[in-house]
Ligand binder design. Structure first.
Ligand code: FES
Length: 170
């Protein structure tokens, strides 16, 4: 039997021993700690595009903000998922994503079924400080089941990656 090496990690004060190779996001999730994500999909390779899953990792006397979906948890790591620095940065990231979305994005009728809108609400984003007029809009693709509106795209790449990685022959 192959023994998988273990690492000890501290997430928000919870010390846990996990198999080496797990991402910070996976370790946090195993502890019941939810880190918000937008571009992450467990079926796909980490893409690290949205930066919403940012956490703070202690580095000696200082700390660094890193994305949890693609960063492996290493032995002795001390991680904060909800520090003031994390929440402030995450709020700014959401504002940047919303900056070229339609101005009514936060109040549109997708209420309750839009993860970006939900995250904006829970992080206290009521408008984007960086708002600029959105590019794009509804494309002319006649597909009967999919409507593409590029002004609402979050550039997570999931639509392309799912075709390439999950159903490459489809
Ligand atoms: S979920 Fe980690 S960068 Fe998007």
């Amino acid at each position: 039997m192959v023994m998988v090496p273990k690492v000890k990690v501290n997430v928000d004060g919870n010390v846990v021993e996990v198999n080496k190779g797990k991402t910070i996001l996976q370790v946090a999730s195993s502890l019941g700690i939810q880190i918000p994500t937008l571009c992450h999909d467990p079926r796909l390779e980490p893409f690290s595009a949205c930066r919403v899953c940012m956490v703070e990792v202690e580095r000696g006397k200082s700390s660094a903000l890193i994305t949890s979906c693609n960063t492996e948890a290493t032995d002795g790591m001390v991680i904060r998922t909800d520090s003031e620095k994390v929440l402030k940065t995450r709020k700014m990231v959401l504002e940047l994503i919303l900056s070229d979305h339609p101005k009514d994005c936060l109040t549109c009728d997708k209420c309750g079924s839009c993860k970006l809108q939900d995250l904006a609400y829970t992080h206290g984003v009521r408008e984007s400080r960086f708002f600029q007029q959105p590019d794009g809009g509804v494309t002319n693709d006649p597909n009967p089941v999919i409507q593409q509106d590029t002004s609402k795209c979050i550039l997570c790449g999931r639509c392309v990656r799912i075709c390439a990685e999950v159903c490459p022959s489809g």
